[in-house]
Design a protein. Sequence first.
Lengths: 288, 273
Amino acid sequence: MKLTLALAQINTHLGDVAANLEKHLALIQEAQTAGADLLVFPELSLTGYVLQDLASAVALRPTSDNPVFQRLLQASQALDLVVGFVDEDRRHRFFIAAAYLSAGELVHVHHKVYLPTYGLFDEGRFFAWGDAVHAFDTRFGRVGMLICEDFWHASPPYLLWLDGADMLLLTSASPGRGLTSGPQLESARWVEQINQAYASLFTAFVAHANRVGYEDGLHFWGGSTVYDPNGELLAKGPYDQEGITLAEIDMNQLHRTRARLPLLRDERTALVLREMNRIQADSRQFGR
Amino acid sequence: MIDLTLNTDLARTILTGFVHSEISRVGFARAVIGLSGGVDSALSCYLAAEALGPQNVLAVRMPYKSSAQDSVEHAQLVIDALGVQSLTVPITEMADPLFERFPEANPVRRGNVMARLRMIVLYDQSEAFRGLVVGTGNKTEILLGYTTLYGDAACALNPLGDLYKTQVRQLSRAIGVPEAIVAKPPSADLWLGQTDEGELGFTYAEVDQLLYLLIDQRYSPEECVAAGFAEKFVAAVVERVRRNHFKRVLPPIAKLSNRTVGYDFLYLRDWGT
């Protein structure tokens, strides 16, 4: 099976959901015209990133009676969508979230499980921590979604792999940092390296949609990528420019790569679990 | 081991994008820059001209009667090279009545008055020209506090504030700032013969390397000494960075209510744009 995957590398208006929604709808139209089957928007694409006290004001429920999601669900009749937003749950906790929409239905919501609260980041101050990493079924096979810091940690992509995801849909609002004499920012280099590594280690497709633009002095660098199960770069968006990046995905590549390299077949999950339990029980180690 | 070299193409892209974004998103299209003849303001002017178009940049020269003649001439080199709009507003007639009232004022007081008068002129032109004031302060002087609060430190946005002085020079050369400006000894030009390095007591090349270890690489002062810097130099710079922190933050507000600006009323300046 083949599909055309599209990454929407957009700038956003900070805290202006209505303006961001209009941009989403315009890009959905553009991607549809270009023949895309699935369009992935970056982290917090409907709201902007450094929300601080705006977090509660821009929060949404991803349901058909919400006027924003009503229009996005309608648009998902034409092609599948991943959008970034602030999810307010029934208990009024606010999560950084990604929603997968298809054929007018909400298929899955992922809540960011790692909230960076160090250096320039302050997410843990304003948002609730997600508590689950689940793969889910789509018309293209089983996939998983992670948001930025989620995949700076090795365990969430690993869990999605074990849970059956053959395609990782990663989204970011990654502020650029580490300008040196090198060809790209250190943060960009790091993200590209680990994305390529995940594709190689998990013999899976790894797509990453990162935003562009500025919020105060923070600069978001774009450079969205798609890697195939061999770790080869299939497509790359430009740095610092808005636009849609298209990649032709041949799902049969999974068959070919895994015939050559059966890392998934040989993965020893029981051993991992035994060792995890032992380490978890040892109070000198990790208890989180 | 300490390498402050930059990818100047990338720096140029990010900084011109920043100037354009932070000015246009709040409904402006133009910039106002105080052009001293030195390398910092020259680079800011080049970046602004590239980001906004030279016709949308107003370079303002504000000499005092003791200003070096080559400052005015070097500023003219930038104006001519870029084709930006320009204006010369001498501050002598504004400054001298105050200096006559306080003849005992030392060079620091006089320098601060001149820097703040230039701020007044720039913000007046900001309204007249409908442009935002683009700052010219670099990371070295921000960290050392080598700047006048509400004077040259006053601006609407600061593209150079995360570049050390040596990096400002590197980017300036790459972007085409005339060599006469890049190569001359840096000076605040507040009194005759003043140079930054003479006043500070060390060179930018030295202090930039030390600041890079202290700030960017999170070295302790002891680790900087172990890395080869003189103990007294390290101690003096560490203290200078601490003592001048008040210039880098807004004045503290005494908290009384449940929600107070600065503590728990938190929004970016780009809120809603």
